[in-house]
Design a protein around this ligand. Sequence first.
Ligand code: NDP
Ligand code: 8G0
Length: 444
Amino acid sequence: MKPRDILDNIKRRFPNELEYHQAVEEVVNTLEDEYELHPEFAKYNILERLIVPDKILSFRVTWTDDNGNVKTNMGYRVQHSNAIGPYKGGIRFHSSVNLSILKFLAFEQTFKNALTTLPMGGAKGGSDFSPRGKSEAEVMRFCQAFTEGLWKNIGADTDIPAGDIGVGGREVGYMYGKHKKLTGDFTGSFTGKGREFGGSLIRPEATGYGNVYFLLEMLKLKNIDIKGKRCLVSGSGNVAQYTCEKLIELGAIPVSLSDSDGYIYDPEGITKEKLQFVMDLKNLYRGRIREYAEEYGCKYVEGARPWSEKGDIALPSATQNEIDADSATELVNNGIIAVSEGANMPSTNEAIAIFQKNKILFAPGKAANAGGVSVSGLEMTQNSARLSWSAEEVDQKLKMIMNNIHESCVKYGTEADGYINYVKGANISGFIKIARAMISQGVF
Ligand code: NDP
Ligand code: 8G0
């Protein structure tokens, strides 16, 4: 079957899974030529086998709130592919979580993990539970109940979850603790753990820092200095915070942040001190980004995203589909030079096409945000070797990995006119590695 026919078939068999279609379509669009070049891919039906997840676990999570009400949520784990290593990918807790979203995330994770050069397969999991407004005790009970549904299917050599939207160090700690209690084993069964029990230095920073390292490589090829560049950042969670931290360190000027209620625009720039306010606000008090505008007297726009503001570089770091065709057009008209995705699939396929048509430097999440899972891979190495590396060592390795990913994208994505199609580069590079592993391991 040709890639197009496989895509049509997937759409027909899973008609309501729009995010999954979108992620698969983005890959299929860039793979057609490469597929033709290697008849063995079609012979072993590699593409279809790589699109359909190995296994999907779905379970009910029952927990009790502080008022004694018994609640139920859904829990899922999509074990997408373990062709090149154990399943690896985060856990998302958000009211919007459904199978389509987790399937798209697990699919992209498989390609991303292949790009990192570390031996990790792809997975994603989560629940439609929202930690927002829940007490500390409720979050703990939920995490424990979720782990009860999952624990038999995960493990340091099988499937290693981590955080994602709505799941930070606190939640990973509770899940890790429950997993340890049920198995009796102290192993590297999760990443993103606390420092005291096997967590890696630089893991919290890794996704944001890594995205900026990737951006630096893109700019370097064009002889563009990041200093003084005005950066539109969305989100205000883990990825957005450390993206801002690295941008500020390098002399760039982040001017926006957002959350699910709205965005702030601070034309004077988010400084180190203002960023500390955001970190305390979000990580300690679990407040809203609106409070930044109240504190510093800048603009706050309810129910909107920052893409209509003027900036040189956009680093979307909140969630999927936050940049649509209209936003992309606005960004281009306002003179954007680069878009580097911290979030997973923040741009729609139509938005990507607009960036590429206008020859904007565009880095897809599966390349630009791979720093997070890379340092998770380094955490796994440290856990199994029973040692811990210094922050400098981990940061150095992170930089090297991001530079390697950039190089692979250039290798496979440079087009006849010299434009680097990072989407194509990332997809082909990841695909070839996984396809070879699948062929070598036989048909099953
Ligand atoms: P966090 O939960 O720490 O932060 C998420 C941020 O995005 C919050 O500001 C949140 O606002 C906002 N947000 C979430 N959902 C929506 C929505 N539907 N609409 C508008 N805003 C929303 O998550 P992370 O920072 O870890 O993750 C952000 C993105 O980066 C995700 O796409 C994730 O998959 C991706 N990613 C994360 C990695 C990591 O290491 N953490 C690694 C690679 C990718 P609010 O506070 O209102 O919920
Ligand atoms: O560490 C991880 O496995 C992880 C956590 C959150 C997100 C991601 C990702 O790459 O999207 C990976």
